[in-house]
Ligand binder design. Sequence first.
Ligand code: HEM
Length: 462
Amino acid sequence: KPKLPYPPGPKGLPFIGNVLDIDPQAPRPTYAQWSKTYGDIVYIRIFGQDIIIVNSEKTARILADGRSEIYSDRYRSSVYKHFGTSRVTFVLEYGKEWKTHRKLFHLSLRNDVVGRYNDLHLNHARQLSENILRDNSNSFEHLDLYANAIITELVYGRRVEGKDDPVFVMASALTEVLNKEVTADRIGLVKVMPFLLHLPSWFPGAGFKRKARQCRKLATEMVDLPFAMAKDELERGVLPHCMISDMLKQGGVEESSAKAAVSSTASVLKTIMLVMILHPDVQDKVHAELDTVVGRGTIPTFADRPRLPYLQAVLYEVMRWNPPASLGLPHATTTSDIYEGYYIPKGTLVHFIFANRAMKDHGYDDPDRFDPTRHLTPDGQLSPESRQHNLIFYGFGKRVCPGRFFADHSIWAATAVIMSTLKFGKAKDSSGKYIEVEPIFPNGLISCPAPFSCSVTSRPVE
Ligand code: HEM
């Protein structure tokens, strides 16, 4: 180690380091406090693992974009292998296999080709609106189905008709196990006590091995079943254009990574519903803009998008107010580095933090307030930097989310269609009193609102 200091940060205890400084159930307030005390870059250590926390976009860009050869690795943990997810793009180390995956994503999802999926988004969005209206007690389920069905069609060219579809059932089960079981604290625990992976599952502390077995099986089925169906359709010449058809034509690898991203899209849509109930004035403005620009009773299309700046500002504000991957996905360094006179060792975990309502240098005042006008100019147009600021929620450098353009279209289509057809409000209890709605976001890899009651009515043509 050169005679240089680590970046500033809270002093830890011997051996365990800073583990007691962070509440794993609610790490965000601690990160927010550290950012105020120590600045743009904070260094901590947990059981010998070096970690840096980056709180500003400027520093994130210098490190992840400017020094991408150093900052594009991921943490290597045997937990992934145990859960059958070690070949998913998210966790692959920076190397040949990961580069092949990224090429395939680029082929199907880059900005200039995602427009070909616009009808796919709009068709599913119409179905979503019908489903919510028919059965509004299960809106969350319908939003999950929307995100899942779109991705299944994108990846495998297969139409999912309803929540009993075998691929949907498998994908939902897999997402749930992954979100609950492959957590940072589990990975940390196995790092300190690797023998846990070799104990029988009845042994105290090793019970997760049962879940790991179940998850491995699901992960394999999740790739095999729809992939085999798609292959068969390709051979019979009936497979529509999809990622698998792109891959098979290119001779690529089997890929289930897109499925793991479903929960981020669904979480944004759930937050949008929550916001509409919490802020009826915002909902009224969205309705008014749609009625004026598109016309009451007319379903919007992507051609209307540039003429709906308020709706777009609401979507940007939803991402800022509750970034779905709020603590990012940590990168790792492939080699040691020096930044502004500070030493950053090889293998350091690097968290780019989008939580706390914004990165530090964006300077939003009263950041906890939900206010779409932050992204608008005084004459109601989108401010020039709004799109750029929104992109940070999809990550940085070479690891930036390859599905960001597709996700952006999915979210827009669903919101535009459901807002043109539906109105959300507070539900009433059996005594006719309104049920209050609290914005609660349980801790998890994806920041998704806790379920809430709501009423949904259709917006008839006037
Ligand atoms: C609102 C929706 C979404 C959000 C907010 C989101 C956000 C993110 C973030 C923050 C990362 C980590 C970036 C980093 O490490 O710097 C990521 C990675 C990734 N996302 Fe997304 N994502 C979304 C939807 C999607 C969709 C729809 C797909 C696929 C169709 C997708 C595929 C991926 C993949 C494969 C990675 C791993 C990239 C790698 O490690 O190289 N995401 N996403």
